[in-house]
Ligand binder design. Structure first.
Ligand code: TXA
Ligand code: MG
Length: 320
């Protein structure tokens, strides 16, 4: 039974589960999160699978404090100011990812920025402290459902799948964190949430541009963000790649290919494929091939998100 009271013992057990690459749902001050080790692609793939997300939206990484966040990304003076004022708390900052961060591509959806926050909840803080892990955690609900503010909501939505659902009663804030990004050094509001725009403006001393989009609607992140697109062109549903093409294969029955190739999962496992996807695209792109030909990938489970990501990568450039 994964639903447990968030005692010290259970938090230690949950930290162990995270270390083993399992999922743990935990309370934050905003909503319950579905957590995974942000450095482990196979663990992060489970998050998308369990949420049944049709797309690989980038995830928020939770850290203990500003020091830990600075190990992962670069803080401008304005970003530091916001973190110092509002952390721990319901503010997420989108910042340039450091090359040494160790955060896997599946968390950032291949972007070179990272959404990071330090949650103000004793259970979340203790879990971060005991595990020492940067925890990637979207809201702990099935895609398209409302965010859970009680452990029972999580259990109703996700059943027995997380290793633990740490129950600490209702979340005090109850709406998601405010997300702030930076465009040419200026703070922009990407999602309104637990910290008001007024409060941000008071700290920054200037108005914060209203570029808010509803990041929960499926298309918004893709429209808003310049998603990682390979230099190579992408050709989908290819059984037999041409001689000059790189081949992104999937499954056991792949014919030998003379050019560079990478099999996302020889076993035909879609979780494994999702975990490998962004790294594989980078590796094949780095070979300098003009075209990456891609095997057909079934639209089952995570296959839908994989196909969505590939379709975007294959779309004509300059319009997203
Ligand atoms: O309150 C919260 O923020 C909760 C708790 C669990 O911390 N988490 C949460 O995560 O709401 P999620 O995955 O449901 O929402 C994350 C949002 C997504 O809409 C995504 O588009 C945006 O953050 N996001 C993540 N990384 C981003 C990036 N690099 N650039 C822009 N937006 C990003
Ligand atoms: Mg959500």
């Amino acid at each position: 039974m994964p639903l447990v009271k968030s005692t010290d013992e259970m938090i230690v057990a949950a930290a162990d589960a995270l270390r083993r690459g399992e999922l743990v749902a935990f309370p934050t001050e905003t909503v319950y999160g579905l957590g995974a080790d942000a450095r482990k692609p196979s663990a992060v793939a489970k998050v998308f699978d369990l949420k049944e997300r049709p797309q690989f939206n980038p995830l928020i990484v939770h850290v203990k404090d500003l020091d830990k966040a600075q190990e992962l990304c670069s803080f401008s003076p304005a970003a530091s100011k916001l973190a110092e004022r509002f952390w721990p708390g319901a503010l997420t900052l989108v910042l340039p990812l450091k090359a040494t961060s160790g955060i896997c591509d599946l968390v950032t959806a291949g972007l070179d920025t990272l959404a990071v926050r330090s949650p103000n909840h004793p259970v979340a803080q203790q879990l971060l402290d005991v595990s020492g892990i940067p925890i990637a955690a979207p809201s702990a609900n099935k895609s398209g459902r409302v965010s859970p503010t009680r452990a029972e909501h999580v259990a109703a939505d996700l059943g027995d799948e997380p290793a633990y659902v740490l129950d600490n009663g209702p979340c005090p804030v109850g709406v998601e964190s405010t997300i702030v990004g930076f465009s040419e050094g200026e703070a922009v509001l990407l999602r309104s949430g637990g910290v008001s725009r007024d409060a941000l403006e008071e700290v920054l001393g200037h108005p914060v541009k209203n570029t808010e989009v509803n990041t929960e609607t499926p298309n918004a992140p893709g429209q808003l963000l310049s998603h990682y697109a390979p230099n190579a062109g992408i050709r989908l549903n290819v059984m037999a790649p041409g001689p000059g093409e790189a081949y992104l294969a999937f499954g056991p029955d792949i014919a030998a290919h003379s050019g560079p190739s990478y099999n996302l999962s020889e076993a035909g496992d879609l979780r494994e494929a999702a975990a490998n996807l962004f790294a594989a695209l980078r590796i094949l792109d780095a070979t300098g091939a003009e075209v990456i030909a891609v095997s057909p990938i079934p639209f089952l489970g995570l296959g839908e998100a994989i196909n969505d990501r590939l379709r975007r990568a294959a779309a004509p450039r300059g319009n997203s």
